[in-house]
Design a protein around this ligand. Structure first.
Ligand SMILES: [Ca+2]
Ligand SMILES: [Ca+2]
Ligand SMILES: [Ca+2]
Ligand SMILES: [Ca+2]
Length: 361
């Protein structure tokens, strides 16, 4: 049985039989916290509000609320998350965001609101693509936005030392043009308002995009070190950097920060995997992965239904579905009880305009 602390999965066209091979792990590294700075932050950002995370209140953000971001550079309607453009946090191109650890809250607060076409939004930074079938906020570097990022502010006082904290999200390639950036995405954390961030090595996505398609989804699933528990202020930062050449928009979607204690309570999850005609797909593979990288693998029956036992209440899971000729965005779920609604429909949402998938006439 695989037993990995942190995993990243990638799903895209043509990877039907390769799911298991895509799993890898990076051992828990030594985490170094900069505690030398005592300066308080000059910026009143994030509304001074933290999300109080607890086992019953995971932090969830899938951007289905398309109204709260309605004005450029205004995050006032969202608690505990803000986008920053990251100007001059690094210079040059292709810099590894795992090494860009300085505070960035003095750089411009950024969101380009109410966008619908990642292929034509040339300006980089942070953008809200609420016109997509599956809305998301996204990051793209350029010569101004050197290290655009999302900053999440949590209070973990209700997650005492007996708990485990996990961070999961889907990084979605939104650009189906010929742009072919090596779009790197990193996850970092910091305790308190000052000092450098610490990289979470197992959450790194080395390249979230492919050229000529917008179907690649990289699922990040990381377990944070114990020192993040019982804290008044925990910041999480998800960052890309200006890549060489034209960057691609990458959605940071389905953000799920869980805090839980492992219990013996078990649940059953089930659902249906569809084909492109919205009918059940027989023989599709469903892989349910826990935070340690353990997989439970199920196949759909003649009606396209699957069922998985032995799921632990309170835990976060990533569920991938695979069938020939279809791709499905992975689901990230925190299980509180049995679920029978975890259905998968083929993913076309990342491709903005369906006609672009057809060969030119
Ligand atoms: Ca979404
Ligand atoms: Ca909006
Ligand atoms: Ca692409
Ligand atoms: Ca670039």
């Amino acid at each position: 049985m695989l037993n990995f602390k942190k995993t990243i999965f990638t799903s895209q066209k043509g990877l039907y039989f390769r799911a298991a091979a895509m799993i890898f792990a990076i051992a828990l590294g030594a985490f170094v916290i900069n505690t030398t700075s005592v300066k308080t932050s000059a910026r009143d950002f994030l509304n001074n509000l933290s999300w109080f995370i607890s086992p019953s209140d995971p932090y969830l953000q899938n951007w289905s609320d398309t109204v709260s971001i309605n004005t450029d550079d205004n995050w006032d309607n969202f608690i505990a998350i803000t986008g920053f453009r990251g100007d001059n946090l690094t210079t040059g191109v292709g810099v590894d965001p795992q090494t860009v650890l300085a505070p960035g809250d003095a750089t411009p607060i950024d969101v380009i609101a109410n966008q619908s076409n990642p292929n034509t939004l040339v300006q980089g930074g942070v953008a809200e693509f609420d016109g997509l079938a599956n809305p998301t906020v996204a990051l793209k570097g350029d010569d101004t936005a050197d290290a655009p990022n999302l900053l999440i502010r949590l209070n973990t006082k209700n997650c005492p030392d007996s708990k485990v904290m996990t961070v999961a999200y889907n990084v979605r390639d939104l650009d189906s043009t010929a742009n072919n950036a090596v779009q790197q995405v990193a996850l970092q954390y910091r305790l308190g308002f000052t000092g450098n961030f610490t990289n979470v090595p197992g959450a790194f996505v080395a390249d979230a995009t492919n050229p000529n398609s917008a179907t690649k989804v990289s699922s990040v699933f990381a377990t944070l070190p114990h020192l993040v528990l019982s804290q008044d202020i925990l910041f999480l930062r998800i960052m890309t950097t200006n890549a060489a050449g034209n960057d691609e928009w990458v959605g940071i979607d389905d953000i799920t920060v869980g805090c839980f204690v492992t219990t013996a309570a078990e649940a059953v999850i089930s659902g249906k995997v569809m084909n492109s005609q919205q009918r059940g797909y027989k023989g599709a593979t469903v892989i349910v992965t826990d935070r340690e990288g353990n997989n439970i693998i199920a196949k759909t029956n003649q009606f396209g239904n699957y069922r998985v036992n032995g799921i632990f209440v309170g835990e976060t899971y990533i569920i991938h579905a695979y069938s020939k000729n279809n791709t499905y965005t992975p689901k990230i779920v925190v299980i509180s009880s049995d679920r029978d609604d975890l259905d998968f429909t083929p993913d076309t949402s990342n491709d903005l305009i369906a006609e672009q998938k057809s060969p030119p006439k």
